[in-house]
Ligand binder design. Structure first.
Ligand code: SAH
Length: 237
């Protein structure tokens, strides 16, 4: 936690934020070794960040002064990440990494090689997803919460949603063996599509290329989803 992320609900009218959940309290004690009076980096979810004092710390509550938070969060990446749903642990890590790198829009997509049971995973619970987003934001000292949605059918996604995701955006389909290498240093908006652990099937690749995506590769090494996401984002932007 390089930033203590607070929600509007934590804050009272006097500009004091009270943290009572065990995760943040334990982290404050064990990692930050926080003491009353310490000045720490704080942020308000979807709001400003800055330095603020830990006014009091007891066994079950930490109270921060958030009246002086006045900085904007770091710039977001101009990318909408479309990620074929990976297995739950990989999903958690991929979401955390993408969030830490500045992605603000994520669509979790079904495709042929996504196991149907993954859609039943408790990791897809909005509260669980929120937890991973928060971990990514805290890591990167960001406050702007990404928006995550799902597309549970591949064909309806390609037919109904992909065209609008490509309006005014460059569509990049990451798939091993494509003709072009992943571009670098982009500033334009991108929709980036990443496959499941088994990859996209040929028919899916054809559909996405026909919709206007460009196929890109990262070289001959096949990377895990979480590594591919990280490598693609850092190389693209
Ligand atoms: N076995 C699959 C690879 C799956 S890796 C196959 O051969 O197609 C999971 C996803 O990560 C891929 O669908 C792709 O989107 C991305 N990825 C991993 N390594 C890549 C590479 N070298 N080039 C482009 N994309 C890659």
């Amino acid at each position: 936690m390089n930033l203590i992320l607070l929600t509007r609900n934590d804050v009272d009218d006097a500009g004091l934020a009270r943290v009572r959940d065990p995760r943040r309290l334990a982290h404050l004690r064990q990692v930050h070794r926080a003491r009353q009076g310490d000045v720490m980096t704080l942020g308000l979810e979807n709001g400003p960040l800055g330095r603020g004092q830990l006014v009091s710390l007891t066994d079950d509550e930490a109270c921060f002064d958030v009246s002086g938070l006045d900085q904007a969060p770091p710039a977001a990446l101009p990318v909408h990440l479309v990620l074929a749903l990976p297995r739950p642990r990989m999903l958690a890590r991929s979401i955390e990494h993408a969030t830490a790198l500045g992605v603000k829009r994520i669509t979790l997509l079904h495709s042929r090689r996504v196991e149907k049971s993954y859609w039943q995973s408790p990791e897809l619970d909005p509260a669980k997803i929120h937890q991973h987003l928060v971990l990514g934001l805290e890591q990167a000292r960001d406050t702007a919460l990404p928006v995550v949605n799902t597309a549970r059918g591949f064909r309806p996604f390609v037919e109904d949603r992909l065209p609008s995701l490509l309006e005014g955006r460059r569509g990049l389909l990451a798939h091993p063996g494509m003709a072009n290498a992943c571009p670098r240093g982009l500033t334009e908006p991108v929709t980036l599509l990443v496959g499941p652990e088994g990859g996209f099937i040929e028919w899916e690749v054809e559909q996405m290329l026909a919709a206007g995506c460009e196929g890109i590769h990262l070289g001959e090494r096949i990377l895990r989803v979480e590594t591919a996401v990280t490598a693609l984002l850092s190389r693209l932007f």
